[in-house]
Write a protein that binds this ligand. Structure first.
Ligand SMILES: Cc1cc2nc3c(=O)[nH]c(=O)nc-3n(C[C@H](O)[C@H](O)[C@H](O)COP(=O)(O)OP(=O)(O)OC[C@H]3O[C@@H](n4cnc5c(N)ncnc54)[C@H](O)[C@@H]3O)c2cc1C
Length: 611
């Protein structure tokens, strides 16, 4: 760690889109990296053979193509197969080449995302094809292989994200729609590139080619798929095949509706479904919640080397898929109403889901700095998460982080891997009072990180893009300028409870009260005591960060989400509408029956059998 020594520096020059930073060429280093993948041994190939079928291929055969709705897991048995971007179009790029005993694919194969690359045999050979449905079965049944495939897919996804492969967003940085879409792409961890309208000849050329007037921007170009004009997040995810539950597929009354898919909601949904409850999980932005924006969660039990938010979300989604949770993505809950024995949650897409019980896990939303021009730079210089997407956007330039909590500490350590200068700006004297010791120790050892105490950010500097921030040293009342490409804000959060319109008892900061902390006068039904995680309305529970008095941590949210399911059973039994036996200590391990009308995002693999 360095103390801030130097004075203000000049801005770092104009930037470009993440794609241009990464380079769009067939750069051999990138290609080699992207092409690297595990070579399966004979025993692993034998296992995979049980789930798929073998086929001969000729040179030039297209094994899957961009725009396909989904694709098989392909294992090369003989010959070579290339992964190609923009196959058969100008700017065709070879991303990777795979040889015998290597498999193709990235995380989109599991999330159901529409294909954005093509696989083409470059020589004659033989391949093993495992259909996507069977891959999900395999992921649930074959522990070793499932771990290998998941890790490889995540690594490839992060390489593709670095390369700017996938979707193309064209829009102006001054347009709110562009910034909103950047947020949707980042939070859903969708591989993409952004072509800024301003000063990007490539953007202009593409608009000419597509015959799209500037008035129609922002647009999202889905490889091999539709061109989307200023899509809502629901439309975007729907076009990618990722929005989940179809409108026509809403059940009459489900057992459990979980609102919010952060760690708390994911845990509740997985546990509820695993105990046999018909469970729907609804999420506004992206699976993983706040934890999904974390570069590395180091204090989650069982992961001594830490776990990225992306990996946590991917693993939890797989579990949800395994137990038959039905996921409704890009759906914001806008109201709650209740009738005897049932609750109705209305969503911004007009859907209403009726459930015997509701677990609210809507967590908290980041606080924003009270600065002029903030909206202008949000998503394009000012960020509330530090993942590879944001690091890429800062293009290794200096960055500043506001806040002294653990989130800020993690972000500093993560960003110091790619930025030579990371400034942590705190109002207080020291990090000691707000950050865990293990993070402070690492920060102190990192020469790229400078902690600037007793300081506030008072203005954002830059004409068309963020070039720096103005700082106020509050002890000396002196201002200075600091050149940065990115400002990362981690200054706490407020609960996402606005949609409840004050119907449920809250504390004075808006967090939901549960159990005995609810004043008697605020109970909807004074004849019975609320259970530990139950809100003032019987049958409606709250878990994780949204709950008053909860420890704001991923593990706590996961614990509360799991525990709430037991309480849901208790309440349902008390009201005579139990759906199944309550979870016993040690768990029943029963799973939802996945059969029947399965249009959920992840077809369930709960009664899987290898072919
Ligand atoms: C950058 C960062 C790093 C962190 N690092 C750590 C760490 O290392 N260790 C640790 O223990 N904790 C960490 N935390 C804290 C941890 O992530 C949170 O405590 C945890 O995510 C809380 O989980 P949750 O499920 O209660 O809520 P959240 O994670 O906040 O999830 C709530 C979800 O509900 C959705 N939602 C909100 N409103 C609606 C609505 N109306 N309709 C539908 N959906 C809605 C949101 O989009 C969100 O996905 C970190 C947090 C951040 C921001």
């Amino acid at each position: 760690m360095r103390q801030r020594a130097s004075g203000p520096e000049g801005p770092d020059g104009p930037g470009s889109s993440p794609r241009s930073a990464a380079g769009s060429s067939t750069g051999s280093a990138q290609q080699t990296q992207a092409g690297r993948g595990p070579v399966l041994d004979a025993a692993q190939l034998e296992v995979l053979r049980r789930y798929g079928s073998e086929h001969d291929v000729a040179a030039g055969d297209v094994l899957f193509a961009d725009g396909d709705v989904n694709y098989d897991l392909i294992v090369v048995l003989a010959g070579r197969v290339r992964i190609i971007e923009r196959h058969g179009q100008p700017g065709e790029t070879v991303i990777a080449t795979y040889g015998p005993s290597q498999f193709l694919g990235e995380i989109g194969l599991l999330t159901g995302q529409r294909v954005f690359l093509s696989a083409v045999a470059s020589t004659a050979g033989r391949v093993l094809r495992v259909p996507a449905g069977q891959v999900r079965v395999l992921m649930a049944q074959e522990l070793g292989l499932s771990e290998l495939i998941l890790r490889t897919f995540l690594l490839r996804h992060s390489i593709l994200t670095g390369l700017g492969s996938g979707l193309t967003l064209i829009g102006s940085r001054f347009d709110g729609g562009t910034r909103r879409l950047l947020e949707v792409l980042a939070r859903n961890r969708l591989a993409s590139r952004w072509l800024e309208l301003e000063g990007s000849p490539e953007a202009e050329a593409m608009l000419r080619e597509l015959d799209v007037p500037v008035a129609d921007l922002p647009i999202v170009v889905v490889p091999g798929g539709p061109l989307l004009r200023n899509p809502s997040s629901h439309e975007l995810l729907g076009a990618l095949g990722m929005s989940g539950l179809a409108d026509t597929d809403l059940p009459g009354v489900c057992d459990l509706l979980v609102v919010g898919a952060g760690p708390g909601g994911l845990a509740a949904a997985v546990y509820g479904a695993s105990e046999g409850m018909a469970t729907i999980l609804a999420e506004d932005t992206a699976l993983g919640g706040q934890a999904g924006t974390s570069s590395r969660i180091e204090n989650l039990l069982g992961f001594p080397a830490g776990l990225s938010g992306e990996e946590l979300a991917a693993r939890a989604a797989l579990q949800a898929q395994k137990f038959g949770v039905r996921i409704k993505l890009a759906s914001k809950a806008v109201s709650l109403s209740s009738d005897p024995g049932v609750h109705h949650v209305r969503f911004d897409d007009g859907d209403v889901i009726t459930a015997k019980s509701v677990i609210i896990a809507t967590g908290a939303r980041y606080n924003r700095l009270p600065l002029d021009r903030l909206a202008e730079f949000e998503g394009v210089g000012v960020y509330y998460a530090a993942t590879q997407m944001e690091a890429q956007a800062c293009r290794a330039g200096p960055v500043a982080i506001v806040g002294g909590g653990n989130s800020a500490g993690q972000a500093a350590l993560f960003l110091s891997r790619s930025s030579a200068e990371v400034h942590v700006i705190i109002r207080g004297e020291t990090l000691d009072t707000s950050m865990s010791r293990y993070l402070i120790d690492q920060i102190e050892r990192d020469p790229r990180i400078t902690v600037t105490p007793r300081t506030q950010v008072t203005a954002l500097l830059g004409k068309d893009q963020l070039e720096g921030v103005q700082l106020l040293d509050t002890s000396r009342q002196q201002t200075s300028a600091l050149a940065v490409r990115g400002l990362f804000v981690f200054i706490g959060a407020r609960p996402a409870t606005g949609w409840l319109a004050g119907q449920l008892a809250q504390d004075n900061r808006g967090f939901l009260l549960t159990g005995t902390s609810i004043p008697q006068a605020q109970l909807d039904d004074t004849s019975r005591m609320p259970l530990f995680l139950e809100t003032s309305r019987p049958g409606v529970f709250a878990v994780g960060d949204v709950r008053s008095g909860s420890v704001k941590r991923a593990a706590t949210a996961i614990g509360e989400g799991s525990m709430a399911v037991r309480l849901v059973f208790e309440r349902l039994q008390a009201t005579g509408s139990a759906v199944a036996d309550p979870p016993r200590a040690g768990g029943t391990g029963r799973r939802a029956d996945p059969s029947g009308g399965d249009t959920r995002r992840f077809p369930a693999a709960s009664s899987p059998s290898a072919p």
